[in-house]
Design a binder for this molecule. Structure first.
Ligand SMILES: NC(=O)c1ccc[n+]([C@@H]2O[C@H](COP(=O)([O-])OP(=O)(O)OC[C@H]3O[C@@H](n4cnc5c(N)ncnc54)[C@H](OP(=O)(O)O)[C@@H]3O)[C@@H](O)[C@H]2O)c1
Length: 292
């Protein structure tokens, strides 16, 4: 099975590396070609255009930043080249955006499976992503050997849209848990309580989540460089969650403050940094001092 992968960013680059390590024949395309130079050294074939990559493969994996970018690539650039191909869409986009894409890909003679993931660069490199799929069962079964390269247990949650809804639900938890922990950590420090003593209490409680320890050192040192998941993408996903939740009739008032706070990441220069840079925003009046 020849695969073409579009978008060799943080996640896409790691997925490409994993597929190459598994011995897959892989074509890669990225808007900024310098970003896949290291993949070429590992055996990937670089494509000059998305059309060229699509023409070489039967499986097209997209790992682009958002829905509009993915739509433009598939429907405006590859377009007729989708005929007879299967798109595995792994970037995080809205459920409605995903359903629209599926319909458009199908009308161009292609097939579409959404396959968002939980986990980041390290998990992609190790093939241990948590992969959720949405789409026809038969297609999921056909894609399974490829999906197993990336995830020990890919799970199909239902039709197109279902996996994106689950992914956004998980990312809402990333944002809300990070925000809640960050505020508590600041208050503990500003009250003169020893962080380790507070963490010991937290770790022994039902409130503990492993993500707290995972990000603690970065938050204590203010080092948000070398991101696995950038702040800009967390904001994008929270906004997608809010839209979907509102469409489902949920009350999202509690999220609005967090979204407004995340908007401040752009002028603060935090967008490309790790999402736990949210901690620099919750620092409030001393935020400038805490930024790397
Ligand atoms: N990183 C993670 O841990 C993680 C985990 C789960 C899901 N995701 C999702 O996966 C997707 C990719 O995330 P990432 O972390 O890999 O992001 P990233 O490093 O920012 O990569 C984004 C990719 O999209 C491309 N892109 C952006 N705008 C484009 C445009 N207008 N035209 C063509 N290509 C464009 C970029 O190309 P350039 O290199 O040219 O900028 C790059 O290949 C996002 O939807 C994200 O939410 C990420």
């Amino acid at each position: 099975m020849t695969v073409a992968l579009f978008g060799t960013g943080l996640l896409g680059g790691a997925i490409a590396q994993r597929l190459l390590a598994c011995g897959e024949e892989l074509w890669v395309w990225n808007r900024s070609p310098e970003r896949h130079a290291s993949l070429q050294r590992l055996g990937a074939h670089p494509a000059a255009t998305p059309q060229e990559a699509a023409s070489q493969a039967s499986w097209l994996i997209t790992v682009l930043s958002d829905g509009p970018t993915t739509r433009e690539l598939l429907l405006e650039r590859i377009q007729e080249g989708l005929r007879g191909r299967t798109v595995i869409q792994m970037g995080t986009i809205g459920s409605a955006e995903s359903r629209d894409l599926a319909e458009a890909v199908s009308s161009l003679g292609g097939r579409y499976l959404e396959a968002p993931v939980l986990g980041s660069k390290p998990e992609a490199l190790a093939g241990s992503l948590q992969l959720m799929a949405g789409g026809p069962e038969e297609l999921f079964e056909q894609a399974r050997p490829l999906l197993l390269r990336l995830s020990a247990e890919p799970v199909r949650l239902g039709e197109v849209g279902s996996a994106m809804a689950a992914k956004l639900a998980l990312n809402q938890l990333i944002a809300s848990l990070s925000h809640a922990f960050s505020l508590s950590l600041h208050l503990v420090q500003r009250s003169g309580v020893e962080v380790e003593a507070f963490m010991a209490l937290l770790r022994n409680s039902a409130l503990y989540a492993p993500t707290f320890d995972k990000k603690l050192e970065r938050e204590l040192t203010g080092d948000y460089s070398n991101p696995n998941f950038p702040t800009a993408h967390l904001r994008k996903d929270l906004a997608l969650f809010e839209k979907a939740a509102q469409a489902s009739g949920l009350e999202t008032m509690g999220l609005e403050g967090l979204l407004s706070l995340l908007q401040k990441a752009t002028p603060a220069g935090l967008d490309p940094l790790d999402y736990c840079a949210l901690h620099a925003l919750t620092a409030g009046r001393t935020a400038a001092a805490e930024q790397p």
